[in-house]
Structures are given as structure tokens and as C-alpha cells.
Design a protein around this ligand. Structure first.
Ligand code: SF4
Ligand code: SF4
Length: 349
């Protein structure tokens, strides 16, 4: 479904005010010099000129903590919990839309994650063009094979207003809240040019193509000293995982009530850079950490982003948002730096 509408500047805030009258709307707002998606009660706070949000919009579909089921009678009786809270997420950059498309695929195959899908179907995703480029982003040189497709609409700021591209019936439904008119071909062309320029103007780039990177990264698998050197100073805080829009690892735990017979089972985000991520139980109550060293954890993180999932996704599992670089206090998580160093080391070996 391709349908292009135009919303003049003077109708933009009234449109959002009408939307929040009937719906829960989440959009980027400023938090000092950073941005985060928040529930909107005052539409003047919405900032479509944000560079990047601290956490990706993934959090509304795949929340940091989610109840999976309730149980009683010591687990003899149980019931799944499927949460489907309607929410409109407004102002999503195209790299985050790509990341949601990836997670849609990963949590649908080979087994459908019903908990994810219930909430996924309940949200409406509205993209917006990049007006400010985050200085650590490199989105123009990764996941080039993907055009975002799972969203419901996309707003591009053009002269005098916004070009709204309708992508689904849910996206079409939103136009009843605003004074939209059918867009002209010139307005459609202008929006396309602006979105092309957002790619061209993102100057940080990987020097190699994705196939080459995937192949060479695998060749670094046994270069343990290199990976330890690349991970010097790591706190194992897991921030690089937790801010990543394409990470989807989770841990499952039970929480028992005071009666000791009933409770809930929930999942919470996990991260492969955390020290205990790869700890497994052995016989006799012993534990083993099969990725004990920070370098082996970092290698795993980067292999997941550059090669392990490529067959399933058609390319790298990284969208180049730059959040991991921004979140890392010792500044060692930047995929561009890591990939370039590994590629050069493999070529020299
Ligand atoms: S690895 Fe880093 S740059 Fe790539 S998608 Fe994750 S947070 Fe963004
Ligand atoms: S690479 Fe940086 S963000 Fe990631 S776990 Fe280590 S210190 Fe934390």
C-alpha cells in the first residue's frame, strides 16, 4: 500500500493533539542532551530533530522485563500471559525500523514467540526522517540489503510541512486525526531526495562490504590475543548489548509468591557481554563459564552482528545506529573500529 499525504506545518501539532486524545503515543523527547521515547502528554515536547534515542523503540515490543506466565499449585496449573497493549510509537528512524524487521524475523522462525508477537501486533510504528546525524552512526554502510517494510507510516519533513507515506491500514487510520491532503509528485520527490541525503551525509562508513566482513571475521575466531586486546578496559557492564536495537537475548526466571506454591515466570533482557552470560551448570552443582574472558565475549558479540545471523537475515545483524559506541564508557565497543582492526589483522596474518 503506497499512499502519500501532506500535512502542513500549522496542522502538525493539532494532528498529534488529536492522536493523544484517543491513543497512547510515545515519541522522542529531550532529556538534557540526550533523547528517549516517552509517553506524550504535551505535543510541543516531541523532538523529530533527535539524533538517536538512548534506548531503541524495541523496548515497547520486547520490554526489558515481561511476564510470560502465571502458575499455582507448585506449577501444576499455569496460564500463559500474552500482553497486547495498543501503543503508537512515533518518530522512528529508518535504522530502528530495520532492526524491528530483523527481530520480527528472528522471533518468528523457526518457532513463533507468541509473547513478542502479541505486543508487536498491538503497536503502530510511524517512522520519521533523520534530521540530525548521530556522530557515531554508520548506518549507510550496513544492512543495505534491507528496506524497512514492517512499519505503518513514515513522516518526512519537507518544505512547509510533512510528507506522510502510508504503509498499512493502521497507518492509514491515523490520517483521520489530521488535516492531511493528497501529496503532489513534487512533494514525494522532495521527501525521497531528503531521505537519500540522510544516507549520503552519514560520513562514518565501513571500508569493506558485508560479505567480506563476514568471511574475515570468521577467520579471526582463533585470534584470541587480538580479541583480548580489543576488549582491554571492558567493565563487562553489558551496556553495548542493552542499548542495541538488534539484540534479543533474554533470561527466564521464576518469582515465587509468599505462599510458596504460586508465582510468575518472566523474562528479562540479557547480554552476551555480561560476565555470567555463558555460565552453565555441570553435574555435582559445579558451574562453568564457557566465555570466561572479556575478549571471548566481545568476539561472540561481534560474530553475532557480522556473520552468525547473516544467512537468516540476508546480511549483517547490525543497523549502524552507533548506540553501542555512545554507551561504552571506555569507548571500546564501536563496531567500525573493531571490524577495521580485525580485518587488517586477518589480512596481515
Ligand atoms: S551493534 Fe551497535 S551499531 Fe550495530 S545495531 Fe547494535 S548498537 Fe547499533
Ligand atoms: S564493551 Fe563497553 S559497554 Fe560493552 S560491556 Fe564492555 S565496557 Fe560495557
Amino acid at each position: 500500500m503506497k499512499d502519500f499525504r501532506f500535512l502542513a506545518d500549522e496542522f502538525y501539532e493539532p494532528f498529534l493533539s488529536n492522536v493523544i486524545r484517543d491513543n497512547e503515543l510515545y515519541a522522542p523527547v529531550a532529556q538534557k542532551n540526550k533523547f528517549s521515547y516517552e509517553k506524550i502528554t504535551d505535543v510541543s515536547k516531541v523532538r523529530l530533530d533527535f539524533d538517536v534515542t538512548t534506548l531503541p523503540p524495541k523496548k515497547f515490543i520486547f520490554p526489558p522485563r515481561q511476564t510470560l506466565m502465571t502458575f499455582k499449585d507448585g506449577g501444576k496449573e499455569y496460564a500463559p500471559v500474552l500482553t497486547a497493549e495498543p501503543k503508537i510509537i512515533f518518530g522512528i528512524h529508518f535504522y530502528d525500523l530495520k532492526a524491528i524487521d530483523m527481530i520480527d524475523k528472528l522471533l518468528n522462525e523457526p518457532l513463533a514467540d507468541e509473547h513478542y508477537l502479541a505486543q508487536r501486533h498491538a503497536v503502530t510504528l510511524i517512522g520519521s526522517n533523520i534530521q540530525t546525524i548521530n556522530h557515531r552512526a554508520f548506518y549507510s554502510s550496513v544492512s543495505k540489503h534491507l528496506d524497512p517494510e514492517g512499519h505503518d507510516g513514515f513522516m518526512t519533513k519537507i518544505k512547509g510541512g510533512y510528507l506522510y507515506e502510508v504503509n498499512s491500514l493502521k497507518g492509514l487510520d491515523l490520517i483521520r486525526y489530521g488535516n492531511f491532503v493528497v501529496a503532489s509528485q513534487d512533494q514525494v520527490d522532495e521527501a525521497q531526495r531528503i531521505n537519500r541525503e540522510a544516507l549520503l551525509n552519514c560520513r562514518r562508513k565501513l571500508k569493506y562490504n558485508e560479505e567480506e566482513i563476514a568471511r574475515r571475521m570468521r577467520q579471526s575466531f582463533k585470534m584470541d590475543a587480538l580479541w583480548e586486546r580489543l576488549t582491554t578496559g571492558c567493565f563487562s557492564c553489558g551496556a553495548c548489548n542493552l542499548v542495541c536495537p538488534t539484540c534479543y537475548c533474554f533470561d527466564v526466571a521464576d518469582e515465587w509468591s509468599a505462599d510458596q506454591t504460586s508465582g510468575i515466570r518472566y523474562r528479562r533482557w540479557d547480554g552476551c557481554m555480561l560476565r555470567e552470560f555463558a555460565v552453565v551448570s555441570l553435574s555435582g552443582g559445579r558451574l562453568e563459564n564457557f566465555r570466561e574472558k572479556p575478549g571471548s565475549r566481545n568476539k561472540h558479540r561481534m560474530m553475532r552482528k557480522t556473520c552468525y545471523l547473516n544467512e537468516k537475515l540476508g546480511g549483517a545483524a547490525c543497523v549502524g545506529c552507533g548506540r553501542c559506541s555512545l554507551a561504552c564508557v571506555p569507548d571500546i565497543a564501536d563496531p567500525v573500529e573493531i571490524i577495521h582492526t580485525v580485518m587488517e589483522a586477518v589480512y596481515e596474518a
